[in-house]
Design a protein around this ligand. Structure first.
Ligand code: C2E
Ligand code: MG
Ligand code: MG
Ligand code: MG
Length: 279
């Protein structure tokens, strides 16, 4: 990992010249400062338990309120933060911020679990485990209130290390989700070795579910396979009511997408949540 970091400058200015714009490079040097200045915020996107018709949890998604560039989305700074090692600070910030919010909601009688995304780089950093434990204690939250989302490709980068770390987190009681499921190259045989609770079917299979026969087959068989393995199934990218109805028919457990609610800042989310349970 250290060696990778040392190779970075040359990697950045040669092959990657086209992939990373100057804007992204300048953003990167600012990221740690941005955390200190409080320019990062979490948006919260509702996750709906389909059968119960209730919002049971939220996914926490980072946004950068940049003083010059406006609202910057994570796809524009997370990949580089991963390359430079700065992702660690973002991850620690996201865990603390999400759990602080979870505690505030709990104190107001709103029972909402929180899900935080962690990157492949975080899976190489064993100190994250202690940090999670420490932060759960700091906010006096049961570990099961927190879910960590990690993509299958992140896990496959070094599956032995990932298993070791995810097992420690899982033994603590933290829940684990495989994100963007279906877009990586993991086999069920490999996934079976991970202490996973939830599979999140990637939105590319869900968004056209009502029109695309292949997607229908993929989504239905993934739900069946996941259930047979004792996992909860989440569909991301649920953009309309038709898709939600189909997912209910297919026995999918949880739905997330613009058709239910967009990612929102905490105050907007709270208003939305109250409305949702009134109607
Ligand atoms: P993800 O974890 O798969 O998050 C879902 C992404 O899909 C979010 O994009 C969300 O806004 C978007 N989305 C939700 N519903 C719909 C829908 O119905 N249709 C469509 N087209 N999109 C939908 P976002 O917020 O831009 O985040 C992109 C990715 O950035 C995330 O993908 C995640 O991998 C990463 N990310 C976000 N926050 C964090 C973070 O705090 N830490 C790390 N390591 N990664 C993060
Ligand atoms: Mg996610
Ligand atoms: Mg995803
Ligand atoms: Mg994604």
């Amino acid at each position: 990992y250290v060696a990778k970091e040392k190779r970075l400058p040359c990697a950045l200015y040669t092959q990657q010249q086209n992939r990373y714009s100057l804007l992204r490079l300048s953003l990167m040097s600012e990221l740690r400062g941005a955390i200190a200045r409080g320019e990062l915020v979490l948006f919260y996107q509702p996750k709906l338990a389909i059968k119960q018709g209730k919002i049971i949890s939220v996914e926490c998604l980072v946004r950068w309120q940049h003083p010059v560039h406006g609202m910057v989305n994570p796809d524009d700074f997370i990949p580089l933060a991963e390359k430079t090692g700065n992702i660690r600070y973002l991850t620690l910030w996201a865990i603390d911020t999400a759990l602080a919010q979870c505690q505030r909601w709990q104190n107001e009688g709103k029972l909402l679990d929180v899900a935080v995304n962690i990157s492949s780089v975080d899976l190489q950093d064993a100190s994250i485990v202690d940090y999670v434990q420490h932060t759960l204690e700091k906010y006096q939250l049961a570990p099961a209130r927190l879910a960590l989302e990690v993509t299958e490709s992140a896990v496959m980068l070094d599956i032995e290390k990932a298993i070791a770390m995810l097992t420690q987190l899982h033994d603590m009681g933290v829940r684990l989700a495989i994100d963007d499921y279906g877009t990586g190259y993991s086999s069920m045989a490999q996934l079976k070795r991970l202490p996973v609770d939830e599979l999140k079917i990637d939105k590319s299979f869900v968004m056209d579910l009502s029109h695309n026969r292949d997607d229908t087959i993929i989504v239905r068989s993934t739900i069946e396979l996941g259930h047979n393995m004792g996992l909860k199934l989440v569909a991301e990218g649920v953009e309309n009511q038709d898709i939600l109805t189909l997912l209910g028919q297919y026995q999918c457990d949880i739905a997330q997408g613009y058709g239910i609610g967009r990612p929102m800042p905490s105050d907007k989310f709270e208003q939305w949540w109250q409305q949702y349970h009134l109607s």
